[in-house]
Ligand binder design. Structure first.
Ligand code: GLN
Length: 547
């Protein structure tokens, strides 16, 4: 039977609850326990699939095709446990399930209420797969006091009553430094805990984010006023790298406090070797590479969270620091000459995106990389635009483009070499989606297999010809352009097992030019960098030695 750890937040949002949860998961694993992490989000969207990247950051896709919160990416990166669709839920999904049941008559004529119907649905979600792991960590999105979050707090309160002794609560707050007083202030934390206790939840552990060390006196004060043991007040100071968090929180006693709260006395000592190795590579790099990321949502770092992390992992693998610079592809549309923006970078990455805005700039960036022998990595839309560039400038299809942009404009402006795939063979999925088929409309979501050509650059990088990667896209490169493009040197090296859908392209007569239709960044981990990112950074390093 699993033990449950509920992680809540107070005072302000964006304190890094996801990272704290992920780090705790990693520490429990380091002590030999199995873990699963879950996110319960109070917003009313059914899932983040339809939210703008500017609103919500990256949409993290699971193998089984769910579009989830980006915190699930942290969970996977820190624990290596592949997230499932049943690890993420929102108020919207809970309510829509309850309403579906009501319409079906499942409640036998009862009046449907938040308590018990909505709270029961939440409790059922928390329990899914409980006998598979030692610890289930459930993070509640938002902050205590949010109106939408109330049913979640009520549900976890009830849950801890149903399962006495099997649940603990960890509350993450902020202890701000007030310069005028020269002091760290505990009052916001006291208020936040008071709020939590007023809805029946007494935290067992307090994680306190602070920009400077919390003196013993303040720590004791927090313990006294918030009714927790002093050694369960864990300072969480700002860190230079997120991958320092497991080590830093361990030093501050986070995992020990959790074990004590459960009264576990015989826990094995943690083996933190892999985290020490990761941090050694981050803190003692032997070089540096500069990567330009030419994308659409560059104003918001979180929109390409997994890409930024995967690049860091590639740097860890090569023991170099990766300096990633985000460039809005739109600027290349007004300014045709991209050289001033792109010279000086050791490699160029064009990530995914939706809609036409900025895509001509991506095509210009792909052209620059191809013609200047600069390593190029195109991901999803970045592959589609690389193929479009090759079609226009190598195969002579001057008006090559994607049907996606024609759709937007309602006219036929392009020869669609990237087209809307209206239906696809479900047979080549590795894993069936656990939730409804209507998710994401007509998008191809989740893990699909691809076959890589023997002897191709990409097969060499993966070290295999059979791969499975996660997808999130609606449009596909048209196979009928394969022959003319291959004749000009753009090779369709990876194809879906049924032979219908191009999965990867590459140019062999180039230091590193690869496009992939899937999202390799979603599966990269600091201690297990994705081979494509590891090799992309190696190529960037080679390039840096040329200049
Ligand atoms: N907009 C493109 C499509 O739907 C690419 C999607 C993406 O980059 N994730 O196919």
């Amino acid at each position: 039977m699993a033990r449950f750890i509920f992680i809540t937040g107070g005072v302000v949002s964006s304190l890094g609850k996801g990272l704290a949860s992920a780090s705790l998961g990693a520490l429990l694993q380091a002590r030999g326990y199995s873990v699963r992490l879950r996110k319960l989000d109070p917003y009313l969207n059914v899932d983040p699939g339809t939210m703008s990247p500017f609103e919500h950051g990256e949409v993290f896709v699971t193998d089984d095709g769910a579009e989830t919160d980006l915190d699930l990416g942290h969970y996977e990166r820190f624990t290596g446990v592949a997230a499932r669709s049943t690890d993420s839920v929102s108020s919207g999904r809970i309510y829509s399930t309850v309403l579906e049941k009501e319409r079906r008559g499942d409640y036998l004529g009862k009046t449907i209420q938040v308590i018990p119907h909505v709270t029961n649905e939440i409790k059922d979600f928390i329990k899914i797969g409980e006998d598979e792991v030692d610890f289930m960590l459930c993070e509640i999105g938002g902050t205590v006091g949010d109106i939408e979050a109330l049913p979640f707090f009520e549900a976890i309160r009830q849950f801890s009553q149903d399962r006495r002794g099997e649940c603990i609560f960890m509350h993450l707050t902020l202890v701000p430094y007030i310069a005028a007083a020269g002091e760290l202030k505990t009052k916001p934390t006291q208020h936040s805990v008071k709020e939590l206790r007023s809805i029946g939840i007494a935290p067992d552990i307090l994680m306190c984010r602070a920009e400077r060390p919390i003196p013993e006196k303040e720590r004791e004060k927090l313990a006294l006023f918030c009714n927790v043991r002093p050694d369960a007040v864990i300072p969480a100071l700002d860190l230079n790298s997120i991958y320092e968090a497991p080590l830093a929180y361990h030093r501050e006693g986070m995992d020990r406090a959790v074990l004590e709260a459960f009264n576990i006395k015989d826990a094995p000592a943690p083996d933190l070797t892999k985290w020490h190795d990761v941090m050694a590579a981050i803190t003692q790099p032997e070089g540096e590479v500069k990567i330009a990321i030419v994308g659409k949502y560059t104003q918001l770092g979180d929109a390409y969270k997994s890409i930024a992390e995967a690049l860091t992992h590639g740097g860890i693998h090569n023991r170099v620091k990766v300096k990633a610079e985000w460039i809005d592809s739109e600027i290349f549309e007004t300014d045709e000459d991209v050289t001033p923006y792109l010279e000086g970078f050791n490699a160029i990455l064009v990530p995914g995106g939706f809609g036409e805005r900025g895509t001509e700039g991506m095509i210009n960036a792909a052209n620059y990389a191809r013609t200047h022998d600069v390593p190029y990595f195109g991901i999803c839309l970045g592959m589609q635009m690389a193929v479009t560039e090759a079609a226009r400038n190598l195969a002579g299809i001057k008006d090559a483009g994607s049907e996606e942009f024609d759709h937007e404009a309602g006219g036929k402006r392009f020869t669609p070499i990237v087209y809307h795939l209206k239906e696809w063979v479900e047979g080549n999925r590795t894993i069936q989606r656990a939730t409804g088929d209507d998710k994401g409309g007509t998008m191809r979501l989740g893990a699909y297999n691809a076959v890589l050509a023997e002897g191709s650059r990409i097969a060499e990088i993966y070290g295999t010809t059979a791969i499975s990667e996660r997808h999130r896209h609606r449009y596909e490169v048209d196979m009928s352009y394969r022959a003319p493009l291959e004749e000009k040197g753009l090779i369709f090296a990876g194809i879906s097992p049924d032979g219908r859908l191009p999965e990867t392209v590459e140019i062999r007569d180039h230091p590193w030019y690869i496009g992939v239709q899937f999202h390799p960044e979603l599966k990269s981990k600091p201690f297990e960098p994705h081979p494509l990112f590891a090799d992309f950074i190696r190529a960037a390093l080679d390039q840096s030695r040329l200049v």
